[in-house]
Design a protein around this ligand. Structure first.
Ligand code: PLP
Length: 365
């Protein structure tokens, strides 16, 4: 008997998360320079990070020998003044993946279950399975969450429902009224984790205020990230906002120093750069138009997306992906999400989008 064979069965069953291929890896595999590679695979911000965040991160590096503030006082203060919440409602995560996992660790375990949608963000199943709980995957409706079916799938042992809005990798969007009605239909002792990783990309008509629901729904946890629109994916900061009792439990299972001092400083500065956020959203909507126009010309089907990425159908996705990689363009195969004929592309700079479009045309010809 090997030591690995003695790990719990629920751990050994976990299928690993498949990240976007790093630029350095493709450069090594293809023997091409990194500068010639376009990566549109991980929904990163093509503008990079705000210069304010960069400066704050560099300044924080100087005191790298000190442990970070485990209570994230400055970041919590910035979030509180921005969103009108109290510090005891906050959980700061090492990326919002950490927030999702802290919710799972605090509320799940053997003999419990979590509900999430087919084609939803992979981390819901991963964090659920890592606790020994059972994941209940509810069939999607038009590639998005079927909230009625999800409510009906809740069992007596269900402790969390995960909702991604917009969802990754499909980009599907639920309007605020639908989520609010869903919250009213869920038992009050089931935590609803509303993952709003792409909320900063929503158009004016799509916006809704989930934080305003918190007083009515103490079982709501809103999860957000600094990785996407704020451009801090490499630094790892996310946050959860919920009822103080929920935040307290999650903070108890959180590593005391889970977010680095560099990341905390960058996050505070990034939050203050409203102009950067506007430029980001604006660039994204123009890039989305650029890419959907090209997909229409190529007669390809795509799922309308509310995020900074787009899923499109190519048939033999593995082959098309290979042909794109050979041309130095990295997108994301999503077969692991139950979409084997589809690829997901992140919206980049205009010239990156153009490189992707040209490479796709070539790959399909
Ligand atoms: C990218 C993403 C996250 C955020 O990941 P981080 O850990 O914050 O980098 C969370 N949820 C969804 C749906 C995502 O696509």
């Amino acid at each position: 008997m090997t030591v690995a064979s003695k790990a719990p069965e629920y751990i050994r069953r976990i299928s690993p998360y498949e990240p976007g291929k790093p630029i350095g890896e493709l450069a090594r595999e293809m023997g091409i320079p990194e500068a010639g590679i376009v990566k549109l695979a991980s929904n990163e911000n093509p503008l990079g990070m705000s210069s304010l965040a960069k400066e704050a991160a560099a300044a924080a590096l100087v005191a790298g020998e000190r442990y970070p503030d485990g209570n994230a006082f400055d970041l919590k203060a910035a979030l509180c003044s921005r969103f009108g919440v109290q510090p005891d409602q906050l959980v700061i995560g090492n990326g919002s993946n950490d927030v999702l996992e802290l919710a799972a660790r605090a509320f799940l375990g053997a003999g419990r279950s979590a509900v999430f949608s087919q084609h939803a963000f992979a981390v819901y199943a991963l964090s659920t399975n890592a606790t020994g709980a059972v994941g209940i995957e509810v069939p999607a409706k038009n590639f998005g969450h079927d909230l009625q079916a999800m409510a009906a799938a809740i069992r007596p042992d269900t402790r969390i429902v995960f909702i991604a809005n917009p969802n990754n990798p499909t980009g599907t969007f639920l309007d605020g009224a639908a989520i609010e009605a869903f919250l009213a239909s869920v038992p009050s002792d089931v935590l609803v984790v509303l993952d709003e990783a792409y909320t900063e990309y929503l158009g004016a008509q799509q916006r809704y205020d989930s934080l305003a629901w918190l007083p009515r729904f103490p079982n709501l946890l809103v999860s957000r990230t600094m990785s996407k629109a704020y451009g801090l994916a490499g630094l790892r900061v996310g946050y959860g906002i919920g009822h103080p009792e929920v935040a307290d439990l999650m903070n108890r299972v959180r590593q005391p120093f889970n977010v680095s001092s560099v990341a905390l400083a960058a996050a505070v500065a990034a939050l203050s750069d409203v102009e950067f956020l506007e430029r980001t959203a604006d660039l994204n909507s123009r890039g989305m138009a650029q890419i959907t126009e090209a997909l229409a010309e190529l007669s390809l089907e795509w799922i309308p997306s509310a995020g900074n990425f787009l899923a499109f159908k190519v048939g033999d996705a593995a082959a098309v992906n290979r042909a794109l990689l050979q041309q130095g363009v990295i997108v994301r195969p999503i077969a692991g999400y139950g979409l084997p004929e589809w690829l997901r592309v992140s919206i980049g700079l205009p010239e990156e989008n153009a490189r992707f479009i040209a490479a796709l045309r070539q790959a399909l010809s």
